[in-house]
Design a protein around this ligand. Sequence first.
Ligand code: NAI
Length: 338
Amino acid sequence: MVNVSYPVTLIPGDGIGPEVAEATVRAVNATGVSIDWQRADLNASIISKAGQVLPPHVIESLERTHVGLKGPVTTPIAGGFQSVNVALRKQFDLYANVRPVCSLPGLKTRFDDVKIDMVIFRENTEDLYSGLEHEVVKDVVTSLKVITRAASIRIAEYAFAFAKNSGRKKVAAIHKANIMKLADGLFLRCCREVAARFPDIEYKELIVDNASLQLVIRPETFDILLLPNLYGDIVSDLAAGLVGGLGVVPGANMGDRDAVFEAVHGSAPDIAGKGIANPTALILSSALMLLHLGERDAAKRLRGAIERVYAEQKHLPPDVGGNASTGEFTDAVIANLN
Ligand code: NAI
């Protein structure tokens, strides 16, 4: 039998990135799937030395492997270099940001009397993330919100196809087309057009402010959420809060050829280096990566091991109410793999 080894670009990132990346590599390796990890470091000092947010070693590696597992990278606020994440998504045309938000068994949250199981589909390449900002005259700035038919149709098709293939029943498009009649209006028209091709899937529309309210009041009624970039970003953190916080929500940036898997959370500078970061989000992201690689059984075992560790409640990290270190939690996941 030929042993397959999947080449994967590993970008540990900075802040808690290297800690959760190390934990994730250990957990994935323990599933028995052979991964050829090709490490590509990326942080503020590498970026300033290279003079570009995506230095050639990162681009070349992803062009070779087509699959990445990425920790967070700190983005300077109100100035400094452009976001690495935005650049990566544009460079590799990773147009669909997919974020499953599910209750974990045993994890105490404000909503633990209901089962939350939704998947967020966030358009990943345009909207206010186009980075087109301009100071018209001193103290007057415009920021361009770009919405195109091509990108809106593409993310809607991705979300509906996923709904159909995974047996999900409902898609809610989230917008602010009552105010941004042209931009969000176009996004909505594209969602409606695609929805018409999937008559078996219930389609509805919610204005983003009302959607935020409904998510907090009755989160269990949501199935698939379909959003332009900015609302998708904000609603993802809100949804993470419903199921235990940023430490537990995975994500995938999908293109037609390439895919980069990363948690929803950032570099968490407040806890970096303390050994207490929760690696659940990145480990669950790696389970999505295993699915993408066709390693269904390993993906299922990894998710199952995480669920058992949560159900036991003995080795949980501090952000979800326990006192285990990153390493102790990971050991428990590995011990529960089979
Ligand atoms: P953050 O997600 O880093 O942290 C928000 C809060 O959640 C903090 O209190 C943090 O300790 C906690 N938290 C996050 N992940 C956790 C984990 N795995 N375990 C335990 N606690 C966790 O958001 P923040 O502070 O707004 O951003 C920090 C930096 O990260 C910024 O530079 C931002 O631009 C960057 N960022 C990078 C992302 C990426 O590379 N994909 C995504 C989001 C933010």
